[in-house]
Write a protein that binds this ligand. Structure first.
Ligand SMILES: Nc1ncnc2c1ncn2[C@@H]1O[C@H](COP(=O)(O)OP(=O)(O)OP(=O)(O)O)[C@@H](O)[C@H]1O
Ligand SMILES: [Mg+2]
Length: 441
């Protein structure tokens, strides 16, 4: 991460000191850049603004960890575990610290908890410490590798397609033209000098349907959907990761046609510089090489990445043949919200509803927000039905009440994105964000 980025972020933070995601991002960049005391200061400020912020608690604990302030780290992690007892990364760090401090019994307990949360979890150092010595023969090791993959990627044939995705007409059309049609008519594309292949990067605020749209894309072409969490790749495979990454791409080739989906892809891209001196930088180079390989051979493997933080992604990821098509997934517009409401309410007992009014009342709400509102209203009605002993259709009243009690969750993201779009809009990357915010360049 260049000092230029740090400087820009520091300026942006000065400009909006209460902006939690922005400050959190600055803290994370500082942490990745080994500037632990500065990262610590930023995480502390985030926690002043937002005391239960789990990402900040984890970040603060990491800065302590790197400064070998183990007991301070444990205090923060215990606070984190108090409100999120199953926080995987928090527990993992806690476990590592206990091993360092030689509190092996307590570390073993946490290690068991980690395995319960994710049976496919592997960690070389911790496994060596706690796992029974059982796999000695080669074939046993092969088994282990297969298990690994199951624990980490989820593979499915999605039962949803574009018709289950409300609104997003522009996004669907772009996906159709940029990856589905080239797959269906490769010769035609070739004849016009257009290369098929390459990946699509979806970015935007949380809950606006990136993952959902990627799954629906696979469903649309009856392809397999392989979902890979990059954090998992990084955290679990340190040491053995390159081999596993190769087997992942091999798996995709065997399962074609398929959609290979990388969630939180910025986590991989952002770490490239800070990992330069570690073995893990090979992982990123290999990731890019594997992607190039898929692109060059038109393999019927569609690659889709998703991120909330495109500004953290190393530009190398955006070169031709890689994530060279970038799509902003915006919060749904009025028609989109109406469609999502209808989709989320279908198959439920309903009174006559004024969808237009509900759509109007939910400006700025994400698809996930709308789903949460519908869930709330349905629960409300269910309670009433249980009390009265007669089924009650969901009506406008509960939905309006739920909308009032649920604030839209996309605003914070735009506070951060606005700064990047205004001050770091390389090659017009965030023009769509500016357009959405109605800011003229
Ligand atoms: N356009 C839509 N149509 C129907 N449902 C939607 C739509 N957008 C979001 N949803 C609902 O909201 C849920 C959350 O969306 P999703 O997980 O795809 O968001 P996301 O953009 O990937 O968020 P994050 O950045 O947090 O990963 C979906 O599972 C789906 O139920
Ligand atoms: Mg997602």
């Amino acid at each position: 991460m260049s000092s230029e980025v740090v400087k820009q972020l520091q300026e942006a933070v000065q400009f909006s000191p209460e902006n939690v995601p922005l400050r959190l991002h600055l803290a994370q960049v500082l942490l990745q850049d080994y500037q632990y005391t500065q990262a610590e200061e930023q995480y502390r400020k985030v926690l002043e603004l937002s005391p239960d912020n789990a990402a900040a608690q984890l970040g603060l604990a990491r800065t302590f960890y790197h400064q070998q302030k183990y007991s301070a780290a444990i205090v923060v992690l215990e606070q984190l575990e108090h409100h999120e007892p199953d926080h995987f990364d928090g527990l993992l760090l806690h476990c590592r610290i206990l091993v360092k401090e030689n509190s092996l019994q307590a570390a073993r307990d946490i290690y068991q908890h980690l395995l319960q949360l994710n049976p496919g979890f592997r960690d070389e150092a911790l496994d060596a410490q706690f796992r029974m010595p059982q796999q000695s023969s080669l074939s046993a090791e092969d088994d282990l590798e297969e298990e690994d993959q199951e624990g980490i990627f989820s593979m499915e044939k999605p039962d949803i397609n574009f018709s289950d995705v409300g609104g997003m007409e522009r996004e669907k059309q772009e996906i159709d033209l940029k990856i589905i049609k080239p797959l269906q008519f490769p010769d035609l594309y070739k004849a016009y000098g257009k290369k098929a292949g390459g990946g699509i990067l979806l970015y935007g605020p949380p809950g606006c349907g990136k993952t959902y749209l990627a799954r629906a894309t696979a469903g649309q072409i009856q392809a397999e959907f392989i979902n890979v969490g990059i954090h998992d790749v990084l955290d679990m495979w340190i040491g053995n990761s390159e081999k596993n990454l190769h087997s992942l791409f091999e798996l995709a080739r065997q399962r074609k046609p398929c959609v290979l989906f990388f969630d939180e892809v910025d986590a991989l891209g952002a770490n490239r510089n800070s990992m330069r001196n570690s073995g893990a930088s090979h992982l990123i180079n290999q990731f890019l090489a594997e992607m190039d390989g898929i692109a060059a051979n038109n393999e019927n493997v569609l690659i889709i990445g998703a991120t909330n933080a495109p500004w953290s992604l190393d530009p190398a990821f955006r070169r031709p043949g890689r994530f060279d098509r970038i799509i902003f997934v915006a919060p749904p517009d009025t028609e989109g919200r109406e469609e999502i409401l209808k989709l989320q309410l279908r198959n439920k007992p309903l009174a006559d509803l004024d969808y237009k009014a509900l759509a109007k009342a939910t400006a700025g709400y994400s698809g996930a927000d709308i789903k949460a509102i519908v869930d709330m209203a349905v629960e409300d009605k269910l309670m009433e039905a249980l009390q009265k002993g007669v089924p009650q259709p969901v009506s406008q009243k509960e939905l309006v009440k739920a909308i009032k009690s649920h604030k839209p969750t996309t605003r914070e993201w735009f506070n951060t994105a606005r700064n990047y779009a205004l001050y770091a809009n390389d090659a017009g990357l965030y023009d769509d964000v500016l357009k959405y915010l109605d800011i003229k360049k």
